[in-house]
Design a protein around this ligand. Sequence first.
Ligand SMILES: [Zn+2]
Length: 525
Amino acid sequence: MLTIRERLAKVSFFEVKPDCSSLSPKEKLAAIRCAEAALIMTRLYLKQVWAGNPQILDELKEREDKEGKDLLRYFLIHGSPWDGYHDDETFIPGLCDKPKWGSFYPHDITEDAWNKWLLLHPQDRKEFESNYTVIKRSARKLIAVPYSETYIEHLNEAAGHLRGAASLLPEGKLKTFLELRADAFRSNDYFESDLAWVDTDGTPIEVMIGPNETEIDGFRGLKAAFEAHIALPDKVASAELARFAPAVPVFDQILSQEFKFNPKGAAIPIEVVSDIMRGGEASFGYFFVAYNLPNDRRVHDLKGSKKVISATMMEAKFSKLTLPIAGRILPTYLQDRCTYRGRLLFVLAHELSHGMGPSTVHVDGRDMPFETAFRDLHSCLEEAKADMLGARLLDYFHSYGLIDDKALEECIVTEIASYFQVWKQGFTESHSRGHLIEYNWLVASKAIRFNETSQKLEINVDACISAMIRLSTKLLNIQVSGDYNKAKDFIEYWSEVPPKIMNILNTLSGIPIAVCPIWNLSGLK
Ligand SMILES: [Zn+2]
């Protein structure tokens, strides 16, 4: 087992100190209030991952010895005592395995007990399947308790900060969102504030805060984890990407006819930002480079969704992780095809693709969101879909002259190099597993090949694009079918870890596994 020193040595820390000089004094104060609320999201998230987390954190904070300080530092990378970069093994001896569904359900709940309860109490289904309830056992009954009750103290405190931030801002979209989100923390109804958030492009500060992703619910894939992202919009970079937006509704229209789902709303704001600070799930582990929110598909259908790309995290991951990997695994003729531009465009297409596809499926005689139908498989299926549909969308942009041949090649080559960056952190996380499906598919399609003699990865870009488009069709058909078993068979067949990948990964030692930001808020003072 690795020592804590060895684990820390694999992480590249970097300081994040954005230039906040464009903000007025009041906007700076509002950003500070939002950062306070983000810290509360972190406290909530830690509880959601494991009820024992706050106690472990307190114990680590009290330790004065070197090992204790190192353990604390590593705990604060993962938000738990389990190492997400090494198959979730515990790095604090003597602790249990990582809970498979956080603290969202009784620890001993079973599929059978869940199904039986809902069969006998169909009136409970809505609350049980809500993204914003915790399932508890009370006197042999199962009950759904809203987040607004379970986390009432923390949420009241966070709402106070959001209202405080709103009071510092003039009338406008950001103020409205902050007020509505503060209301949602109390009412447990996020719909209105989700709709309002889609409108918040072009504001001086980018603020996303609330319960969003359902990755840590390994039981039903339903319960949302709290997170926060406070950032500064980059107007020039955002305008550069906004030129792709008008082509998207037409592409979505074609797709919705082919796969028989409703096209999405017309709003597709795209924002490139520099991070100020993060909280909750966004501030641990994988440090995502982008998000497409809200996740509520009703909002997608009615209005659309907003895509935010973090230039801070993308740049750090690209320069410290992906580029050195490309230097080792790509043949000379492909080296200059691994670029930041390629990464940015692929991530944009990936996020746009999250906003496309079916919203509901018809299974067991009822309509349900497709994430409910696919439960634990949903995240992996959706990430692979976003990658492959993203490639299809980039090919569409290319055919309309929005990107040239070289840019398209850069997108594909950089994406494939980045698979290895993700795999260095393990194979179980949903993006990672999605990449396995894609890689195996590309190998089977003879679009990529590991050259044993040169020990380099040969990539035929044209063949990759055709294969990726075919895979996007497969994945969309599975999503539209709502067929859990079909998805399970497909994912299990295609997500094996080929021995060759392990050989390639072995050649990448010395390159950091992950980046970890250190927030410096002095620019707000
Ligand atoms: Zn994604």
